[in-house]
Design a protein around this ligand. Structure first.
Ligand code: MLT
Length: 262
């Protein structure tokens, strides 16, 4: 179970699953926005990341999904809108696979369905060893450059600083365990057709890590889905363009129809 989480607001629960190598603080703007509009926002630190330290050598996406379900049990939440970003989408797919009845609706940001090929597995193992040996200091600037859109890099120093701070605060052992977990994740392509709940797919137009074409594949595979592509946003589109991301989320949640009091 998640050792650290935020739980604020009342109403339809939304569970936010963060990306890698980040933590639950990446959802700050969404939580503030939706908490004020009648939603309950729950955001755990996923296994080995943020304040949820773990000594495991590998933390699988399935482990993170089971932890999320256990946290929902503890918080007495039967079903929720599950909102993942990137690695959080892999966890969301595992969650749908394991606990379909507990998913009210799905939000997939910066995600993809394909499993890892040989080259990706190899690269993840190398990155896991590197981070254990050297920490994030040698790679943090490259990570920032690859994740954020050019306009974010030049015009939003506070977002750049937040991302730098999150990466720097990530425990190298937890990061390596999550990398290894992503290296053995399944191919989720076959999960797509089994997703029957309303789904919002969001992509940053400038995302070089998960390109809009990955989002289009998800959109084609999930029948009850809508696709939102955000301009001037990279992989961390929820932090880079929070107003647009929040409005897309709010309008989607409205169509799912579950604000408190409705
Ligand atoms: C993330 O942002 O969670 C990562 O890009 C996921 C990944 O490495 O596939």
């Amino acid at each position: 179970m998640a050792a650290a989480y935020d739980d604020s607001g009342q109403g339809q629960p939304i569970v936010f699953l963060h990306g890698f190598p980040f933590n639950r603080s990446m959802w700050r703007d969404q939580i503030q926005f939706l908490d004020a509009r009648g939603y309950r926002c729950v955001a755990p630190d996923l296994l080995g990341l943020g304040e949820n330290t773990s000594a495991n050598e590998i933390n699988r996406m399935e482990d993170m999904a089971r932890d999320t379900a256990a946290l929902m049990d503890e918080l007495k939440i039967d079903s929720a809108v599950i909102c993942g970003l990137s690695m959080g989408c892999y966890v969301a797919f595992e969650f749908v696979h394991l606990f379909a009845k507990r998913v009210k609706a799905l939000v997939l940001a910066g995600g993809r369905a394909e499993g890892p090929d040989k080259a990706e597995k190899h690269s993840r193992e190398q990155q896991a060893s590197n981070v254990i040996d050297k920490g994030f200091a040698p790679s943090v600037e490259n990570i920032i450059q690859s994740l954020l859109a050019p306009r974010t890099l030049t015009e939003q120093p506070e977002v750049v600083a937040r991302v730098r701070q999150m990466v720097a605060a990530t425990d190298p052992l937890g990061a390596a365990a999550a990398q290894r977990g992503m290296a053995v994740r399944r191919d989720y392509s076959d999960v797509l057709s089994s997703v029957l709940v309303p789904t919002l797919i969001i992509s940053g137009r400038e995302d070089g890590v998960r390109k809009p074409i990955d989002a289009e594949t998800l959109h084609r595979g999930i029948r009850n889905s809508r696709l939102e592509i955000i301009a001037d946003a990279g992989h961390l589109m929820n932090m880079e363009r929070p107003e647009i991301f929040n409005e897309a989320l709010f309008s989607f949640l409205g169509s799912v129809g579950d604000r408190e009091g409705r």
